[in-house]
Design a protein around this ligand. Structure first.
Ligand SMILES: Cc1cc2nc3c(=O)[nH]c(=O)nc-3n(C[C@H](O)[C@H](O)[C@H](O)COP(=O)(O)OP(=O)(O)OC[C@H]3O[C@@H](n4cnc5c(N)ncnc54)[C@H](O)[C@@H]3O)c2cc1C
Length: 476
């Protein structure tokens, strides 16, 4: 009876508990052998039984398989399940919730419209964890820190213009809200997609560790480094385009440093191209801060690390590089607010990265139209406009709408999905808009100097105003 569990374990060899079982087995040498044997067997039985249950809970078929359990994959799963479609999430990480990402995100009106369409309970749940933004203060400074002017913008006008207030939330809390919306039996961790094969009306998806699932549709929601994008669109579509800017960010209790008032955003341009300080209320007593500098103006130690990473072909960035705090304190010495934020933040919680995106992709589906991309996998963007998640949630809502519109109705929910037609409609609706937001995010990078010649300045402002209206005013 016990033996029959072992083939199951083999299927799941990526599970960390399996590695523990192996190491326990290897203890059975030497004089202690008899002493440890019985309890060891009992422990193995318990371990293996629990592994068997975990493996058994991973389905072998579903209507829609979603690779990636980030902000997009979970939203898509919620939207599809709301409409009676059997969607399941397959996430590479061993655990779905991974704690702080050091990031606060802005939920604008288009995001609320998408959330409403995904699941009508979501907008209020996000508002509960967020801060309603009432004011944005823009400080225009010289390189020596002297403030030249300050603009104070009333953010409550967003409600009249676009039908929703802006709320800022911590990325990790938004992820938790989405995770709580999708029942956990439909989310499978430790399932890293490795390949897929389409045959006829199904797609077989293989995960590291040997498990596989057969679905009518595979959704690649596997983020900016998407493996599905590589398989759908090829290597050339996966070249990283750096925008030449470095970003440091963290999230910390507002009680530790008062860089903004409740419900407010403070934005400082520092007199040098691409150099800004941003601090905002991220809800639940948290402050989210960002510092940016152009790579060419980066502190010498950072530049050296960038060059090293480029020479070795490795990725620059991550949490908690030793010495980063001192370098940033020097680079932002003229702005007390930046120095205070840095002093209040443990170095291990500062995330640094090179900002980048990829060239626009207009075809998100493979030839069979049974595999489609969404979110950062389809349109990774520079976070200058705070729109990455917003357009990802729009994707989630519209993918679900397109699938339902093309499905036959059965007693337990939509049946006989016309996947290829739905996928074509979805991409036709989404690709152009997302390419526009991606391009605008790249062009209007944080701290881009506005033209000094007045007529040009007005043209630039009017263009930005129009783009922002188009982005925020969109209804899913
Ligand atoms: C500093 C910063 C600030 C930002 N601010 C904002 C903001 O204010 N507003 C906004 O709207 N957006 C913002 N964004 C963008 C936002 O974070 C992303 O656009 C959003 O997370 C995209 O969701 P996603 O599901 O496509 O990708 P992700 O959330 O990255 O999720 C991808 C998931 O796929 C998993 N995965 C990867 N490979 C595989 C595989 N092979 N198999 C299975 N699973 C896999 C990953 O582990 C991950 O869980 C910001 C981003 C950054 C970096």
């Amino acid at each position: 009876m016990r033996l029959c569990y072992f083939p199951r374990v083999k299927l799941c060899r990526g599970f960390p508990p399996f590695r523990s079982v192996c190491s326990l087995l290897s203890v059975s040498e030497g004089p202690t052998r008899q002493v440890v044997r019985m309890p060891m067997l009992a422990m193995i039985f318990i371990f293996v039984s629990s592994l068997s249950e975990a493996a058994a809970s991973i389905p072998t078929t579903c209507q829609v398989a979603i690779a990636g359990g980030g902000l997009g994959g979970l939203a898509a799963c919620a939207a599809l399940r709301q409409r009676g479609i059997d969607a399941q999430v397959f996430e590479a990480a061993p655990a779905l919730l991974r704690g702080s990402t050091g990031t606060g995100i802005m939920i604008s009106a288009n995001g609320f419209s998408a959330l409403e369409s995904i699941d009508a309970s979501l907008p209020d749940k996000m508002r509960e964890i967020g801060a309603r933004i009432v004011r944005q203060n823009i400080h225009v400074c010289r390189q020596d820190g002297k403030q030249l002017k300050e603009l104070s913008l009333d953010s409550t006008v967003n409600f009249d213009r676009f039908g929703a207030d802006q709320y800022n939330v911590a990325w990790a809390r938004a992820h938790e809200v989405l995770a709580a919306t999708v029942p956990e039996e439909y989310v499978h961790c430790d399932c890293k997609l490795e390949s897929f094969t389409v045959s006829g009306e199904t797609v077989d998806i293989e995960f590291a560790g040997g498990h596989s699932v057969r679905a009518s549709l595979l959704v690649g929601a596997d983020g900016a480094g998407s493996a599905v994008r590589r398989m759908v669109a090829g290597e050339a579509a996966c070249l990283t385009k750096y925008n030449g800017q470095l970003l440091w960010n963290a999230i910390l209790p507002t009680a530790r440093v008062r860089a903004h008032a409740d419900g407010e955003v403070e934005y400082y341009t520092c007199g040098a191209d691409g150099q800004v300080i941003l601090a905002f209320d991220a809800g639940e007593g948290q402050t989210s801060w960002y510092l940016t500098i152009l790579e060419e103006h980066a502190p010498p130690a950072t530049k050296a690390l960038l060059a090293e990473a480029a020479a070795e072909g490795t990725v620059f960035g991550g949490f908690g590089r030793h010495g980063v705090k001192d370098e940033l304190k020097q680079a932002f010495a003229a702005w007390p607010v930046a120095v205070e934020l840095l002093e209040a933040t443990p170095e291990a919680q500062i995330f640094e990265r090179r900002l980048c995106d990829r060239k626009k992709l207009m075809r998100w589906q493979d030839k069979s139209k049974r595999v489609v991309l969404m979110g950062d996998a389809a349109h990774p963007m520079v976070p200058s406009q705070g729109q990455g998640t917003m357009v990802t949630w729009e994707d989630a809502a519209e993918l679900a709408e397109c699938l339902v519109a093309r499905a036959g109705a059965g007693p337990k929910g939509p049946t006989s999905l016309d996947v290829p037609a739905a996928v074509d409609t979805f991409v036709a609706r989404r690709a152009k808009r997302c390419a526009m937001v991606q391009k605008f995010s790249r062009q209007a990078y944080m701290g881009r100097p506005s033209p000094t010649f007045y007529p040009l300045k007005m043209v630039s402002l009017t263009r930005s105003f129009r783009k922002i209206s188009k982005i925020f005013g969109y209804k899913s």
